[in-house]
Design a protein around this ligand. Structure first.
Ligand code: MD3
Ligand code: FE
Length: 203
């Protein structure tokens, strides 16, 4: 159930399954305060993935750029607190992959419908690249693209299913990555959607 994609990138298959109910309840409670929205890139494009956040900081993008912000620009209020179930799962997964002091203060929640995709990018808006990122896949499957240190490096495809958790740290932390356009499918708990939690230490 454990696969190393490369040094620093560990797939924990089905690791979140035992906690799916708590995680989904957490998503629902976050969305009551901070609903999913389609943000815009600095170049003016509407993202096909809908997003929200919880924790002390949330990742946002708009015409002025990408950043972590303590305030939800839609509500003008702080992001909702990170649910305990998110924090506990992320810390356990990070420890299982060898990162013992992971203290996430931000969780970006991505919502994909069929056709939604995320093009190759690096996550580099965080301050401390020694801290890993933990991602949790829920709902319909997706094909993840795991590239190299340059955008031109050919990515490998990694299918991700409901319950899979991936820890990205060390030499994998700044690798290019993305998600291919989702195919139509149905998940018993989530219907035709995929939700991905990415837990980070932003500050
Ligand atoms: C590899 N999300 O939100 S999670 C993102 O499935 C993002 O929604 C994708 O990329 C998703 O930024 C992929 C997996 C992931 C997250 C962060 C990484 C892979 C990573 C950082 C470095 C290397
Ligand atoms: Fe990313």
């Amino acid at each position: 159930w454990r696969e190393d994609l490369c040094a620093g990138a560990t797939v924990l298959r089905a690791y979140a399954l035992a906690h799916e109910a708590d995680l989904l309840a957490g998503v629902t409670s976050v969305c009551e305060v901070a609903p999913f929205r389609h943000m815009h890139t600095p170049g003016g494009f509407r993202m096909s993935v809908a997003m929200t956040n919880c924790g002390d900081y949330g990742w946002v993008t708009d015409r002025t750029g990408y950043r972590y912000d303590a305030i939800d620009p839609v509500s003008g209020q702080p992001w909702p607190q990170m649910p305990d179930a998110f924090l506990r799962l992320a810390q356990a997964a990070a420890a299982a992959a060898g990162f013992t002091d992971f203290t996430p203060d931000a969780c970006l929640i991505n919502c994909y419908e069929p056709g939604a995709r995320m093009s190759l990018h690096q996550d580099k808006d965080e301050h401390d690249f020694r801290q890993p990122i933990v991602s949790v896949s829920l709902g319909i499957p997706a094909v993840f693209q795991f590239g190299g240190d340059a955008r031109s490096d050919k990515p490998v495809r990694v299918p991700l299913q409901h319950g899979d958790v991936v820890v990205w740290g060390g030499p994998a932390r700044l690798r290019y990555h993305g998600v291919l356009a989702l195919k139509q499918a149905t998940h018993p708990l989530l219907g035709g959607r995929r939700i991905n939690l990415t837990l980070r230490k932003a500050a």
